[in-house]
Design a protein around this ligand. Structure first.
Ligand SMILES: *[C@@H]1O[C@H](CO)[C@@H](O)[C@H](O)[C@H]1NC(C)=O
Ligand SMILES: *[C@@H]1O[C@H](CO)[C@@H](O)[C@H](O)[C@H]1NC(C)=O
Ligand SMILES: *[C@@H]1O[C@H](CO)[C@@H](O)[C@H](O)[C@H]1NC(C)=O
Ligand SMILES: *[C@@H]1O[C@H](CO)[C@@H](O)[C@H](O)[C@H]1NC(C)=O
Length: 352
């Protein structure tokens, strides 16, 4: 046996040895998984974090078009509500969710420790950045999400709003909208990072701007984009593109929040093949490489931004930050004392 072959076998043995004994490494084509998912019943139940019911309609449409006969049974709700109901299903041994795709990234290590997740490496798992995946395939990032500045250039004709400091401009008084930081942990992290740079004075000055505090993280950008609302600017925008009236920018004067939206298949999922099909699709080139945007894959085309080279954000910082529940809770109550409890129904509770 040649030395280099021996070496590759050793390297392979080492790579394989890092996977847990029960990790299933996918070896079928996506079309064969499609056949298996159809034979299983053609459904996959996915709970996705977000705060507009139709927020993931593009995913549902693309998935069902690509895989005829499949239904993506999708429920969008705030990750913090999905997580506790998944815990109920686990406690009661009544798991009916197949795939959980949430912002609450701290849940996954715990669920893995509890033996609740399927160790499964989809096709191209080796192309997912190390920092975004569990080595055993229990969970992995499927997309890079984050907050950006958004302002309406019809409502605001002053200097471009590019930085957090720009929100203290007195001319913006009464025209800023933000999610309550004590309603969403990723928003809380945004405030924490800004105040690490500017101190509590920045917040006191922001409060004096008569900010409209809302629930839900889509609400600010919706109000900014809406020609009839007076709010012109937010730094809790999520979509890079909101039409010609809205400019979006990434702030440069302090760190801003990005995180890997993370996905896992429940071990007791009623539709494991459907879930595998969904997860293979979510990290596939055909889904991720449609237009230049940040991605969890390491083999993106050259014109795709590399989140690890993007200044002013640290995509791996959110995980340890949100996992420190004691600190998060203290901070949340600190904001609650300053701003009061979040008022109004959560956007998805309007039918309660
Ligand atoms: C494919 O993976 C399955 C499940 O892990 C395994 O049983 C099977 O032997 C593998 N087939 C090939 C050709 O590697
Ligand atoms: C769709 O998901 C809901 C929960 O989100 C579940 O109650 C329902 O049974 C699922 N439908 C199918 C066909 O599996
Ligand atoms: C704001 O967006 C408009 C429309 O996309 C664009 O023409 C303009 O250059 C942008 N302004 C800034 C300051 O980026
Ligand atoms: C990003 O955050 C992680 C976790 O807090 C930390 O270990 C790492 O050093 C940070 N990276 C940079 C470039 O600051």
């Amino acid at each position: 046996m040649g030395y280099s072959l021996l070496l590759s076998l050793l390297v392979l043995a080492k790579a394989t040895a890092t996977l847990a004994a029960d990790t299933v490494t996918e070896n079928r084509s996506i079309d064969d998984i499609h056949k298996a998912a159809l034979a299983e019943g053609g459904v996959v139940t996915c709970w996705h974090g977000g705060d507009e019911k139709n927020r993931q309609d593009a995913l549902k449409e693309a998935f069902e078009k690509r895989f005829p006969g499949m239904t993506l049974n999708l429920t969008v709700d705030l990750s913090k509500y999905h997580e506790v109901l998944i815990d109920d299903q686990l406690t009661n041994d009544n798991v009916f969710v197949d795939s959980a795709i949430l912002q609450t990234v701290h849940d996954y290590a715990r669920w893995k420790d509890e033996g609740a997740l399927l160790n499964y490496a989809p096709n191209d798992f080796d192309k997912v950045h190390e920092a975004f995946k569990d080595a055993d395939g229990a969970y992995y990032g499927i997309g890079v999400f984050g907050w950006r500045i958004a302002y309406n250039n019809k409502k605001w004709t002053g200097d471009p709003i590019q930085d957090f400091e720009d929100f203290l401009n007195p001319e913006l008084k009464g025209r800023i909208v933000s999610t309550y930081p004590n309603d969403d942990d990723a928003v809380l992290f945004a405030y924490d990072l800004i105040m690490q740079k500017y101190g509590k004075e920045w917040l006191d000055k922001l409060i004096q701007q008569d900010v409209r505090w809302v629930r839900g993280s889509i609400t600010p950008q919706t109000l900014v984009a809406n020609a009839d609302a007076k709010e012109a600017a937010t730094f809790i925008g999520i979509s890079p593109s909101l039409g010609p009236d809205v400019n979006t920018t990434l702030p440069t004067d302090a760190q801003y929040v990005t995180w890997p939206q993370t996905a896992a298949i429940l071990k007791k999922a009623p539709h494991p093949e459907g879930a595998k099909l969904l997860h293979n699709f979510l990290i596939s080139k055909e889904w991720l490489f449609t237009s230049p945007k940040t991605t969890v894959r390491t083999d993106a085309p050259a014109d795709y931004p590399d989140i690890f080279k993007t200044p002013n954000t640290n995509v791996t910082a959110f995980g340890p930050w949100i996992a420190d529940r004691e600190r998060v809770e203290r901070l949340r109550f600190w904001f609650e004392k300053k701003l009061g409890t979040p008022q109004g129904l959560s956007p998805l509770d309007d039918d309660l």
